[in-house]
Design a protein around this ligand. Structure first.
Ligand code: CNA
Length: 320
């Protein structure tokens, strides 16, 4: 749509890497839309890459529709399916990729309007992207909420359960169950969040009776948006009431753009605004001005080199 319209109304056409570089250099309000591809260089699998993506792995496990792992109804029925997969997406360090560093660089230059991320790994924060510049369209692993009582905790407290692929239950629910249970003799660690080392230890020592308490307690769901759940209101507000008016360049990186409504973002932004795409695979359902296909860290590094921008990151060779 973008290129077609440009041709029809005789707007300038953009085709080459150097065109992309000059657009980057002259733009003042860049919307960056990112997906799982910007974190794969850190060892976090995406969804759809053949062979390495989570969906390929789940197909191998015999799941008919891998998307079901992130289906809210299924989570309510059997959270263990989600927990068995979540450990792979949850980062084990605060490392971010050169592409995250590039988005931070745009922010430092004062030309990042918004980073809409579909990622739930929360690495944008570690790269220093400011909360006011970031919309986490699908939530994140930062916090988790009990699906029964709404009790919210930092996901850090569930870290050991998440990494062990073990369903995390709600401490507040467990406490309540124990309070109403007559004749309970059990002792319980006072700070016991379900994921802390201390608590894990106490679970390991627990009796069958205690395990029963935990099993009936509410399940903690990381505050990521599952299929069947609404996106945060800030996503629509920011896009429709703020960015649509201001944006002068759209940069889409490392996403297959297959998950709605984020996949519709490029369509609601003015078609006269140039749209660039960086990913390993072409995105056949969107007509971007320039498709730059390949590894995003490499492409970003080259764009910065040509722009004369100093992108620093431990994964970028000094002379590149
Ligand atoms: P996707 O559908 O798996 O698409 C990822 C895209 O990135 C594919 O087109 C790949 O070809 C491409 N890609 C992979 N690695 C690279 C690379 N190094 N350089 C360039 N391109 C690359 O994932 P989407 O993000 O499009 O789908 C949205 C889902 C994925 C969201 O709901 C996320 O929550 C979910 N997800 C997030 C993470 C994460 O937070 N890191 C990981 C896995 C899935």
């Amino acid at each position: 749509i973008c290129r077609e319209l440009r041709k029809r109304v005789k707007l300038p056409m953009y085709n080459t890497i150097d065109d992309a570089v000059s657009l980057l250099k002259k733009s003042r309000n860049i919307v960056v839309l990112t997906g799982a591809g910007i974190s794969t260089s850190l060892g976090i699998p995406d969804f759809r890459s053949k062979g390495t993506g989570l969906y390929s792995q789940l197909e191998n496990l015999g799941l008919s529709d891998p998307q079901e792992v992130f289906d809210i109804s299924l989570f309510r029925e059997d959270p263990s399916v989600f927990y068995s997969v979540a450990k792979d997406i949850l980062p084990s360090s605060k490392k971010f990729s050169p592409t995250h560093a590039f988005i931070r660089l745009l922010q430092d230059k004062g030309i990042l309007l918004t980073n809409f991320t579909q990622n739930i790994d929360n690495l944008e924060g570690h790269a220093g992207i400011l909360p006011e510049k970031l919309i986490q369209c699908h939530g994140s692993f930062a916090t988790a909420t009990c699906i029964e009582c709404g009790y919210k905790v930092e996901c850090e407290k569930l870290y050991y359960d998440l990494k062990a692929g073990k369903v995390a239950h709600c401490d507040r629910c467990i406490q309540r169950i124990r309070e109403v249970k007559p004749g309970s003799k059990r002792k319980r660690s006072s700070d016991g969040s379900s994921g802390s080392r201390k608590k894990r230890q106490s679970y390991e020592d627990s009796t069958d009776d205690e395990d029963d308490d935990i099993a009936v307690a509410g399940v903690m769901k990381p505050d990521i948006t599952f299929f069947g759940e609404d996106l945060p209101k800030t996503f629509h507000d920011r896009l429709m009431d703020h960015d649509r008016e201001l944006v002068d360049l759209v940069l889409v990186i490392g996403t297959s753009l297959k998950v709605a409504p984020v996949s519709e973002v490029v369509g609601v932004l003015p078609p006269t605004v140039p749209q660039l795409y960086i990913s390993r695979e072409p995105c056949s359902h969107v007509d971007f001005d320039i498709d730059m296909l390949g590894d995003c860290d490499t492409i970003i590094t080259e764009l910065c080199r040509r722009a004369g921008w100093d992108l620093q990151h431990e994964m970028i060779a000094k002379d590149s």
